[in-house]
Design a protein around this ligand. Structure first.
Ligand SMILES: *Cc1c(COP(=O)(O)O)cnc(C)c1O
Ligand code: SF4
Length: 337
């Protein structure tokens, strides 16, 4: 058995995730002030709000380094003027998902169906490939899941349902519990996978109610957390992952390769090591999806291959994520290295 995770302080446990979202930092100026950056440092960053609003819980901002304009966590969440620049090849629906979506169900791969469970997220990541997704038209939770569940019931080839979004853990335990119960009754389903950034950004979300509802189903549960940098992992994250594992949940991690955040071998090696120390195995390292507004995060494909080779020479095989890219119209992610 793994050793017990460091117990977070009472104040950390006492935080309610909904309160944390209500009091999140929503303007660039407030975030930069919180980080004690000088006016010159702020001006050099060229922060600039746009329609994909800034959203950063204070618990996540607290893991950023004060006074460092190049902090890798800050770069993931601060809206910059660069986002407004139109760059050739960067589109609003880079994965052509809108056409593959019916009743909030994205059906692109054999055996697996992805649900757009909600539009809400605990943080707004500037590189997000769904930043322009028409959520209002495609949200599976609308009618207490009925349409979604009937869509899944019709197709007996589906063995795995993947909850995505938005972040599916933005839904209340009541709504999630209602969904899990209905999925449990579809005999052809075996696995429920949840893709979420909550265990990283607001680990308080992994509460007893959630762990109980996930333990109550016959479905195997896989949780894919989204962590891009070891600095995101603190004692509250370690405790949340430990609790998930104690509930019998398999925990994997997916990262996006981001320029200025994690595009060097030392950072990627440290990320894999810290994930493993916390109890999560690296699954995918994604090349950036070419979404409008995120061009400044792109890492050249040749550099990405160099990086994966470099970390492979330094880590055991099970700590090397698969370098993947999503190419619209293909039947799986494309493995590059
Ligand atoms: C990535 C993705 C999946 C899951 O793919 P895995 O390779 O099994 O992780 C399923 N459906 C859609 C639409 C996806 O984009
Ligand atoms: S949490 Fe996921 S879906 Fe939400 S903004 Fe970040 S990358 Fe996008």
């Amino acid at each position: 058995m793994s050793t017990l995770a460091t117990v977070p302080t009472r104040t950390e446990i006492a935080i309610d995730w909904r309160d944390a979202l209500r009091t999140a930092i929503r303007t660039p100026s407030e975030l930069l002030e919180f980080l004690e950056l000088s006016p010159e440092q702020c001006a050099a960053l060229e922060p600039c709000a746009n329609e994909f609003a800034q959203l950063v819980p204070r618990q996540f901002a607290a893991r950023m380094r004060k006074g460092d304009p190049d902090d890798p966590l800050l770069r993931q969440v601060l809206p910059l003027a660069q986002e407004q620049e139109a760059v050739a090849g960067f589109a609003s629906d880079p994965l052509e998902e809108v056409d593959a979506t019916r009743n909030g169900v994205v059906r692109k791969y054999a055996g697996r169906a992805l649900l757009i469970a909600t539009a809400a997220c605990p943080v707004h990541c500037r590189y997000c490939f769904r930043r322009h997704f028409p959520y209002a038209e495609q949200t599976a939770a609308r009618d207490e899941w009925q349409t979604t569940v009937s869509t899944l019931a019709e197709d007996r080839q589906i063995t795995e349902v993947i909850l995505s979004g938005g972040d599916p853990l933005s839904l209340s335990n009541r709504r999630l519990g209602a969904l899990v119960k209905q999925l449990d009754e579809l005999e052809h389903l075996e696995t429920l996978r949840i893709h979420t950034r909550f265990p990283i950004v607001l680990p308080q979300r992994i509460d007893t109610g959630l762990l109980e509802l996930l333990a109550a189903t016959r479905l195997r549960i896989v949780l894919v957390i989204h962590c891009n940098h070891a600095q995101e992992i603190d004692a509250t994250v370690v405790a949340a992952v430990a609790n998930m594992r104690h509930a019998g949940i398999i925990v994997l991690n997916q990262s996006v390769l981001l320029s200025g955040v994690n595009d060097d071998p030392d950072t990627l090696v440290e990320l894999s090591r810290q994930l493993f120390a916390a109890g999560a195995l690296p699954y995918y390292l994604h090349e950036l999806d070419r979404v409008a507004g995120a061009a400044h995060f792109e890492v050249e494909a040749s550099r990405a291959l160099e990086l994966i080779d470099a970390i492979r020479s330094r880590l055991p095989g099970y700590l090397v994520p698969r370098l993947v890219r999503e190419i619209p119209g293909t039947l799986s992610k494309t493995i590059l290295g």
